[in-house]
Ligand binder design. Structure first.
Ligand code: TXA
Ligand code: MG
Length: 319
């Protein structure tokens, strides 16, 4: 089916060829991944990277994640250690990003990595992007396809909602399976979780046979985690609320709360995976319905709840 927006295309041979052509010419293309949609550009090209930063309005000191098809493609650019291989074997391709040390001879644009001595690498698990990565001869720098500070997009229309016709091509991959961004782990020295995600502290701890936590502040690392307001629907968000007035959107979890025109249930079964998948989708619906404020019920802070609470705290400007 043809989408009403002229720059959105379903994935077929024709749009694949167009994607390869645009990426090869150092243009930016929006692509689906299993987590959220990304703004993809040739990671070797300063020109492509500049376009990504400009479109997002992103501060230059906030580095991008570099996406590869497999660790064999990443080996030329970064040092991979034992912890990397343990986690890679279990979770990749999948929703996890590794911060690793850069090799001196890597051709990856220093603009993409904010001149750091480390690089964030990820191996996305989505058939469309995997097909694209296999066909190109460069890795893809790819932040989430939203304006800086805004909510990540989980459908092609969400990307359009952020950028309208400013992107030449948006590949429609349907709804993202996971719906929030990858877990970011720094494995350069020991192991630290910089951004929680669907792959939880416990799962990582189990594989490494050592307790690993998400720590709220890593002073030295330049990360939007340090920007207070982030993942924001653009209206005030209040946390740990048990009710909401008529003009306030109410985000709930579980069977306890009645359905209503202003009530948005993350998961009736209180399933946190489903809740994470619905979070940005609901934020965007609420924003577009022009509610002036959001109340959110308390979300259990364990497992995937840690990632949901992290995004909620940022949205509420509390971190
Ligand atoms: O699921 C995802 O990770 C999505 C999809 C599109 O792959 N991408 C994504 O990218 O969320 P972005 O740019 O929105 O978030 C990347 C995060 C930022 O918090 C950034 O600061 C951090 O990774 N980061 C990138 N390079 C880093 C580095 N060398 N050291 C520490 N943090 C880094
Ligand atoms: Mg982002």
């Amino acid at each position: 089916m043809k989408n009403i927006y002229s720059n959105i295309r379903i994935f077929n041979n024709k749009s694949l060829l167009k994607t390869l052509k645009f990426l090869g010419e150092n243009h930016v293309v929006a692509l689906p991944t299993e987590t959220v949609y990304g703004l993809a550009g040739n990671a070797y090209s300063d020109q492509a990277i500049k376009k990504i930063y400009k479109l997002k309005g992103r501060p230059k000191k906030n580095p991008l994640i570099i996406h590869f098809d497999s660790f064999r493609d990443a080996e030329n650019h970064v040092h991979l250690n034992k912890n990397f291989f343990k986690l890679y074997k279990e979770f990749c391709p999948g929703p996890i990003t590794f911060i690793v040390k850069r090799k001196k001879n890597s051709k990856i644009s220093n603009l993409a990595t904010s001149n750091l001595k480390t690089i964030a690498i990820r191996f996305p698990n989505n058939l469309k992007i995997k097909k694209i990565l296999k066909k190109i001869k460069f890795p893809l720098a790819m932040p989430s396809a939203n304006k800086s500070k805004s909510i990540s997009p989980v459908t092609a229309n969400d990307v359009y909602d952020e950028f309208h016709d400013k992107i030449k091509l948006i590949i429609d991959g349907g709804n993202c399976k996971i719906g929030i961004e990858s877990t970011v782990v720094d494995i350069t020295k020991g192991i630290k979780i910089l951004r929680p995600g669907i792959i939880s502290e416990n799962e990582i701890s189990k594989i490494l046979k050592k307790k690993v936590y998400f720590k709220k502040i890593h002073k030295k690392i330049s990360s939007p985690g340090l920007l207070k307001l982030h993942y924001s629907p653009g209206i005030p968000v209040k946390l740990n609320k048990n009710n909401a007035g008529k003009n306030v959107a109410f985000i709930t979890l579980g069977k306890k709360y009645n359905e209503n025109f202003n009530t948005f249930n993350l998961s009736k079964k209180s399933n946190l995976k489903e809740a994470a998948k619905n979070l940005y989708k609901m934020f965007r619906i609420i924003k577009n319905k022009r509610f002036k404020k959001i109340h959110v019920v308390k979300i259990p802070n364990k497992g995937i709840g840690v990632a949901i609470n992290d995004r909620l705290k940022h949205a509420a400007n509390k971190r």
